[in-house]
Design a protein. Sequence first.
Length: 111
Amino acid sequence: MAEQKDEKMEDKGMECCHCHQKATPRSEKEKKQLQNRLSRMAGQLNGISRMLEENRYCGDILTQVAAVESALQAFGYAILKEHMETCVVEEIQKGNTTVVDEAVELVKKLK
């Protein structure tokens, strides 16, 4: 199945992820901001775990679950925005329009 995916990607002029490692350069400030967001989410998840251990009220736990989901969604949209503004634009400027298909698939994944 993975081989079929790789073949489809190669047909579109794209390389599979295990054949070519892509990278997005970020400033130290950007990395720190993203890491801080992830750390806050990890803290929220740990808090939910503690709530379970303490047999807290289901409604309170669900409120925290919704908060983590919202934070993760916002994080994903921030990364997507960065991707569209940098990686996608650069590839289109190079004439690689297959990057649009990749971008559409990424948007679908975020819902």
